[in-house]
Design a protein around this ligand. Structure first.
Ligand SMILES: NC(=O)c1ccc[n+]([C@@H]2O[C@H](COP(=O)([O-])OP(=O)(O)OC[C@H]3O[C@@H](n4cnc5c(N)ncnc54)[C@H](OP(=O)(O)O)[C@@H]3O)[C@@H](O)[C@H]2O)c1
Length: 334
């Protein structure tokens, strides 16, 4: 029994590629997967930092390697996948599309260059890497793709229009690839974190408007604090375990606790939110009044004198004639 449980909750000897593993969420994911027995390759643009991280992991006894890659560049993605293929004998169990960036600006301020940088790094690279990884994932007989999406891909957040679009696209891609590639024994899921303490968020919080709004929104979550990277990596590991063998095409999972509130006019509200009670209070009162009016009308019909309600065709015609003579022939009642 314990052996069986061990296999279902283990990544022993599985092979994994995690993009952007030198910082934040990616760093935690590399460590988590390797700690569960996976052999992991990662990439980033900063070579010195990458080498330092790889040394750290090796000193912990984890099987991790790394190579420099700028995921914005198509040719570098192809080179990365060739490296992965030769390292893992053409078989890959796990691809974590984690690397991503955000530039906080109002929609009117974004340039074409901003648009291209965010969309290429966050979405195009993840799409292309998934295509490149497909034959390797299929060859493993047990493939997994995890997209690191965002709550911003589901609800509206301040100064995030392009970033949110890149993550929303990722959520749609998750469902489509899950359906297309299930026959190849590849599961596809995405994890959508809310605010996690990482260098990316430290950078965003330099903008005082973002910081103020983010703090306000954090207070609306059921657990009102920023999360730690290892609270995301545990969800990623779960999705990769054989124990999650029937989980595919999911993009909410257990990670999207912010969005359990309802999205009204672009704002997410939780039951304890003051606006929730106000909006629902007002809507409830109007519904109650409307039902009351309909009830009163129905009841009043029961008490209308029979003479006022024509019961047959003759009565109806008589009533019409009376009406005509009163209103049309003698409008002033003269
Ligand atoms: N932190 C959050 O609150 C949060 C919330 C929701 C979703 N997410 C998502 O989670 C993912 C990770 O975010 P994070 O907060 O951990 O970010 P982070 O701390 O900034 O780390 C990003 C990692 O990606 C690498 N990277 C960035 N651009 C790259 C490129 N063009 N080519 C190769 N590597 C690149 C970075 O290394 P180099 O800079 O050296 O290349 C770094 O290792 C992102 O997709 C982000 O959108 C984060």
């Amino acid at each position: 029994m314990s052996d069986c449980r061990g296999q279902r909750w283990s990544l022993k000897d599985m092979t994994a590629l995690v993009t952007g593993g030198t910082k934040g969420i990616g760093y935690a994911v590399v460590k988590e997967l390797a700690a569960f027995g996976a052999i992991v390759h990662t990439c980033s643009r900063n070579e010195a930092e990458l080498n330092q991280r790889v040394q750290e992991w090796k000193s912990m006894g984890l099987k991790v390697s790394g190579s420099v890659c700028d995921l914005k560049v198509r040719a570098q993605r192809e080179k990365l996948m060739e490296t992965v293929s030769s390292l893992f004998d053409g078989k890959l169990n796990i691809l974590v599309n984690n690397a991503g960036i955000s530039i906080p600006k109002e929609a009117t301020e974004f340039t074409m260059e901003d648009f291209s940088t965010i969309m290429t790094t966050n979405f195009e690279s993840a799409y292309h890497l998934s295509q490149l990884a497909h034959p390797l994932l299929k060859a493993s007989g047990n493939g997994n793709i995890i997209f690191i999406s965002s709550v911003a891909g589901v609800i509206a957040l301040p100064m995030c229009s392009i970033y949110a679009s890149s993550k929303g696209a990722m959520n749609e891609l998750t469902k489509n690839l899950a359906c297309e590639w299930a026959k190849d024994k590849i599961r596809v899921n995405s994890v959508a974190p809310w605010i996690i303490r990482t260098p990316l968020v430290d950078n965003l919080e330099k903008d005082s408007t973002f910081l103020e709004q983010a703090n306000r929104l954090i207070l609306r979550t059921p657990i009102p604090r920023p999360r730690e990277p290892n609270e995301v990596s545990s969800v990623v590991a779960f999705l990769c375990f054989p124990a999650a063998s029937y989980v595919t095409g999911q993009f909410r999972g257990s990670d999207l606790h912010f969005a359990i509130g309802e999205n009204i006019n672009g704002r997410t509200l939780l039951p304890r939110d003051e606006n929730y009670s106000i909006q629902y209070g007002i809507r409830g009162t109007w519904t109650f009044l409307a039902v009351l009016v309909v009830l009163v009308l129905c009841l009043s019909l029961l008490f209308v004198p029979e003479s006022l309600v024509p019961r047959n065709e003759t009565d109806r015609q008589l009533a019409l004639l009376q009406f005509k003579s009163m209103i049309i022939d003698d409008p002033l009642g003269a």
